[in-house]
Design a protein around this ligand. Structure first.
Ligand code: SOE
Length: 382
């Protein structure tokens, strides 16, 4: 492989440009290709984003100099596109969810394994340095035995009945919305930090807006604030705006999460509190440079992100000295640094430090069991 690794990005909604920006901050990685639904749109977006080549998906697969493909399209396309990329012999970084059905994700996991190609799912929120700090402090015994986990992930970008996006349509997004879209990040972080496995779930969903006003022209995620009433049609909604899920873990401890896309003022707030026998950790993604450590027999601590104070593993995800805040865009950069180090070796590592297709499959399984639990209003085993 040449010294500069060449990549293509498929899709230019909210997250494709975020991948592009992160890749531009990594040495010796170059995004040389952009894919959109047709050549004309690909050319327009490539010009706007400053990417040298525009392709249709099929043409991009034939370009031998492209080593890595980032799939940033709506969920229903992930399976077929990830499969085609692997079959073309290219490494792949797929947005979450890995697929919309478990059997599709299983097929992708085994295909990626048989090809030996690097495969990753963009669970980027793991890459807040504080999240890895919590993980490594738990591993070294500073949390103690996990007693309980309490999490929430709250947003307000779907608060109004006029807020609309492809994620509201199950044929594009899948059968779950809030759980699949943001609950998946929270559940991934829960297992990642605690090292525990969720064994059973009990879920209760609510759809606050039973109908929504759909814009008559397409709009992109987070950008639905500039239309007038004549631009809408009323459509039924059958995925959850809000969900609460009780959790049981394999060490016998318990937890709960609440996710919502209709909480006014909560822009994009993941919060996790892990109660342990030695201390209590709390992380809030809207204040991502701080870790609260609760103590019973001494003063509580407030640990600010600082490579000099963090564990070596967490310090490895920090690019600036203490007091120089890093945030959401940095999570993807830090994740891609690890993924591209694997790409440089040409194959998936035996124990990857980054979230893989297997992690994507795991979140799909948990998500399906949560949907089943809500339908049955009963505990369901994972
Ligand atoms: C939209 O709800 C969304 O973009 C998610 O899809 C992302 O994964 C999360 O990072 C922010 O919100």
């Amino acid at each position: 492989m040449s010294q500069t690794i060449k990549a293509a990005i498929v899709g230019t909604g909210f997250i494709g440009p975020a991948h592009l920006e992160a890749l531009r901050r990594i040495p010796n990685v170059m995004v040389t290709g952009l894919v959109e639904v047709n050549q004309e749109l690909a050319e327009e977006k490539a010009r706007l984003l400053g990417i040298p080549n525009a392709y249709t998906f099929e043409d991009m697969l034939k370009v031998s100099e492209i080593d890595v493909v980032h799939i940033c399209t709506p969920n229903f396309l992930h399976y077929a596109q990830a499969k085609a990329v692997l079959e073309a012999g290219k490494h792949v970084i797929c947005e979450k969810p890995l697929a919309v059905k478990i059997d599709e994700a299983e097929e992708l996991v085994s295909l990626a394994k048989s090809k030996g190609l690097v495969n990753a799912v963009h669970f980027n929120l793991r890459y807040y340095p504080v999240v890895r700090q919590m993980k490594t402090m738990r591993e070294s015994g500073e949390l103690g035995e996990v007693y309980a986990v309490m999490g929430s992930y709250l947003q307000d970008w779907l608060f109004l009945q006029t807020d609309y996006n492809w994620r509201l349509e199950p044929d594009k997004s899948g059968d779950s919305r809030a759980i699949a879209d943001i609950g998946s990040h929270l559940l991934d972080i829960t297992e990642y930090v605690t090292g525990l496995k969720i064994t059973e779930v009990m879920a209760d969903f609510s759809t606050v807006h039973k109908t929504r006003l759909k814009p008559l022209k397409a709009i992109e995620t987070y950008s639905g604030k500039m239309l007038s009433m004549d631009d809408y049609e009323e459509v039924p909604i059958n995925t959850e705006d809000h969900a609460t899920v009780m959790l049981r873990f394999d060490n016998g401890s318990k937890g709960s999460i609440t996710v919502s896309q209709v909480n006014a003022g909560r822009k994009n707030r993941l919060n996790i509190e892990i109660a342990g026998s030695k201390s209590n950790f709390e992380f809030n993604s809207e204040r991502p440079n701080e870790l609260w450590i609760g103590k019973r027999e001494s003063a509580n601590q407030h640990l600010m992100k600082d490579p000099a104070l963090f564990t070596p593993e967490a310090a490895g995800l920090i690019s600036f000295p203490g007091g120089h805040n890093e945030g959401f865009p940095d999570t993807s950069k830090q994740m891609f640094k690890e993924v591209y180090a694997a790409v440089r070796t040409g194959k998936q590592p035996d124990s990857p430090s980054f979230p893989t297709f297997a992690d994507g499959l795991r979140e799909l399984i948990i998500g399906e069991r949560i949907i089943e639990s809500n339908k049955k209003q009963a505990w369901v085993k994972i």
